[in-house]
Design a binder for this molecule. Structure first.
Ligand SMILES: Nc1ncnc2c1ncn2[C@@H]1O[C@H](COP(=O)(O)OP(=O)(O)O)[C@@H](O)[C@H]1O
Ligand SMILES: [Mg+2]
Length: 372
């Protein structure tokens, strides 16, 4: 088993995600924390490149691509955006259309299961239109092959009839810009990847960038926030604007009910403690996994199944929901022998690691190893 790609099954997983993940405040997926999530998110979307915070490199490169196309009076090259959920891929696709003064059509890989679905969309595009294909790695094989030709030659072959009598009728398409988004560029077949003129890799945001996102959103939501308040929220947002915006809204609720509406660092910290999002962005589930690993298994190595039973969750929940962030934060490592806590995990939970030579759970009387 390859521990680095354990979530390879995720693309086809239940869209609700594994059990135990529902309604998580720190879930980076769209709409994860309730119905109003997506509507508010749309309202907070930057409308042009200038408003788009961070991602300096992608922004600069994309700016050049779009400017050059505009100067030539041409349709922009196809663009692939890759990066984790919530980093701004959908937002950037809309910005591309806006910057080109072009309309945008939005669809997704899972929505296109037959080549015919794609043919219908492609043949109805207007000249210069932006076609946004979200989760492009989840498109079906036949649709993918049709897309190759459409991207390269602006042409599709529509198959009419079945069996030996079937004929391919070529159909010319107007030039268009495909913007593909994927959380897993590695899953794209090379022939598809190669047909994009530009690929932008979106990175997690630095705390200072998230602070700017938070200040901007606070202005739009008409919320009063102090710089330290934004800093406190940014530090708990897992490098992800979507999470930052979501936490901001929960902190706003708290500030409104308990603190006259002004978000200070103290108010933000209190609010996020209520919602069980800790100083580093770990939530209840993340902490439960880490706590079990440290307190019950001396920091590991321990098998995934055992760890899952210990926290009373499904294997998938632990592996796909909790672990990716713990690994990213350098708190947990997946090894061939099992899950292992890093020294940073002990520090984060305020515990002392067991002594190397003792081989047991450590000195008696050390802080909190056996409490709770
Ligand atoms: N660079 C950014 N600057 C400001 N807000 C951002 C930025 N990137 C993302 N956001 C906000 O985060 C939310 C999620 O962005 P979205 O584009 O839907 O992410 P993705 O499609 O990558 O999952 C949106 O509300 C958007 O306004
Ligand atoms: Mg999106």
């Amino acid at each position: 088993m390859n521990w680095d790609e354990p979530a390879a099954a995720t693309p086809d997983a239940d869209p609700e995600g594994p059990a135990g993940a529902a309604g998580r405040l720190v879930d980076a997926a769209a709409g994860a924390a309730g119905d109003d999530d997506q509507a508010i998110e749309a309202a907070l979307r930057p409308k042009d490149l200038g408003e788009f915070v961070g991602q300096e490199r992608v922004r600069e490169q994309l700016d050049l691509v779009l400017r050059a196309a505009r100067q030539r009076g041409a349709t922009a090259d196809h663009v692939l955006l890759s990066g984790a959920p919530g980093l701004g891929k959908t937002t950037l696709s809309m910005i591309i259309a806006a910057e080109m003064g072009a309309p945008i059509r939005i669809t997704s890989g899972p929505a296109i299961q037959h080549a015919g679905d794609l043919a219908a969309i492609l043949s109805s595009l207007a000249e210069g239109e932006v076609l946004f294909l979200d989760e492009i790695h989840r498109m079906s094989r036949p649709a993918e092959e049709m897309l190759y030709m459409a991207m390269e030659d602006f042409r599709v072959d529509v198959i009419v009839g079945k069996g030996p009598g079937a004929t391919a009728i070529p159909l010319e398409l107007p030039p268009f810009t495909l913007v593909g988004a994927t959380t897993r560029a590695g899953l794209l077949p090379p022939p598809l990847r190669d047909r994009f003129g530009f690929t932008g890799h979106m990175e997690f945001y630095a705390p200072a960038e998230l602070e700017r996102v938070i200040h901007r959103s606070a202005r739009l939501l008409d919320v009063e926030i102090e710089p330290d308040g934004a800093g406190e929220i940014a530090g708990r947002s897992r490098g992800t604007p979507r999470i930052a915006n979501r936490l901001l809204r929960r902190v706003r609720d708290y500030a409104q009910v308990k603190a006259d509406g002004l978000i200070t660092a103290e108010v933000a910290a209190q609010a996020l403690d209520v919602y069980e999002v800790d100083g580093r962005g770990l939530d209840r589930l993340d902490r439960a996994v880490l706590t079990a690993l440290l307190k019950l298994f001396g920091g590991g190595p321990v098998g995934l199944s055992t760890l899952a039973v210990a926290v009373g969750e499904e294997r998938e929940t632990v592996e796909e929901v909790a672990e990716p962030f713990l690994v990213r934060e350098g708190l947990l490592a997946r090894t061939p022998r099992g899950r292992v806590a890093t020294p940073a995990a002990w520090t984060h939970l305020g515990l002392l690691p067991p002594r190397q030579d003792a081989g047991g759970p450590g000195r008696p009387g050390q802080s909190g190893l056996f409490d709770g």
